[in-house]
Design a protein around this ligand. Structure first.
Ligand SMILES: Nc1ncnc2c1ncn2[C@@H]1O[C@H](COP(=O)(O)OP(=O)(O)OP(=O)(O)O)[C@@H](O)[C@H]1O
Ligand SMILES: [Mg+2]
Length: 267
């Protein structure tokens, strides 16, 4: 495995951007990494150079396909992507219903990747509670919860920490960690909320990623922040974050090759 689940009570805080760039950072460090999209927005693929017109993904065929690894894209050196894909509303509802009612649905579909020794999976979840989050949580090794340094994000913290938590059952060993994204030291409110969060989260605050135009521009160029501007503040922050994730999970570098079915979708 190990499996890192990136979810947040707040929308638009940078979950997808973080999943993509964390996956790039972990792959650059020599790990085999799979970026997994569980959000119907299907936007994770856009960080990996997949054309907007490419509608392929695992969800549309998830009922018939026993093993979803045939929908994996090769996204670069050491890097793989399992896109959600473009689906009809009926396909989405069926997928969500299977996630909610068949407790083995996700682990069956992801079986070969979950069992691949050392493969790091970084999963992008939709905002807030979801069938995907409930199904993925028991399989996860670490939950990363991005929030912004703003009062609206701060207001959601009790929901994350309530018992039982609304946002999934955290792995008892590693639990969850916060990532503050888009911190802006030039804004008083951002500084104040970051101070509050540092005080309240303590060790649970794994990292802070600065607000950096390079992040948005890298996303628009369908590149990682490392390819786009390696010397940027955000690239530095995300690299540090990746190192902390590796430390927490005790990941050792050089974790083999991902299984892929030849002849399917040409990957
Ligand atoms: N550190 C950053 N600095 C500047 N812009 C950022 C940063 N992180 C994310 N962004 C921008 O914030 C916007 C939202 O990011 P993203 O789509 O990753 O959020 P999300 O949490 O996945 O949203 P959703 O809840 O809709 O899934 C994007 O335009 C992205 O480029
Ligand atoms: Mg997103």
């Amino acid at each position: 495995m190990p499996l890192i689940c990136v979810s947040s009570p707040k929308g638009g805080v940078g979950k997808t951007t973080l999943v993509a760039n964390l996956a790039y950072a972990l792959a650059r460090a020599g790990n085999k990494v799979l970026a997994l999209d569980l959000d119907v927005q299907n936007s994770l693929r856009l960080h990996f150079g997949v054309p907007f017109s490419d509608e392929r993904g695992y969800v549309a065929t998830s009922q018939e396909a026993h093993d979803w690894s045939s929908s994996i894209f090769n996204a670069g050196s050491n890097l793989f992507l399992l896109p959600y894909g473009v689906v009809t509303d009926e396909q989405r509802l069926t997928f969500e219903s299977s996630l909610a009612h068949d407790k083995n649905f996700l682990s069956r579909g992801l079986g070969s990747v979950l069992n691949y020794p050392g493969l790091i999976i970084v999963a992008d979840l939709p905002q807030g509670p979801s069938a995907a989050l409930s199904a993925l949580s028991p399989l996860s090794d670490l939950h990363l919860i991005p929030l912004m340094a703003d009062p609206a994000s701060m207001a959601t913290v009790p929901q994350v920490e309530e018992h039982p938590p609304m946002y999934g059952h955290y792995n008892p060993r590693h639990g969850f960690r916060y990532v503050v994204n888009q911190a802006n030291s030039r804004r008083q409110i951002s500084r104040d909320v970051l101070n509050l969060m540092e005080e309240r989260f303590g060790e649970r605050l794994l990292g802070v990623v600065h607000q950096d135009e390079c992040v948005a521009e890298a996303g628009a160029a369908q590149q990682s922040i490392f390819n786009f501007h390696q010397a940027s503040a955000a690239a530095f922050d995300i690299e540090i974050l990746a190192k902390k994730v590796v430390d927490i999970l005790g990941i050792s570098v050089g974790n083999g090759t991902i299984p892929q079915k030849p002849g399917k979708q040409g990957f």
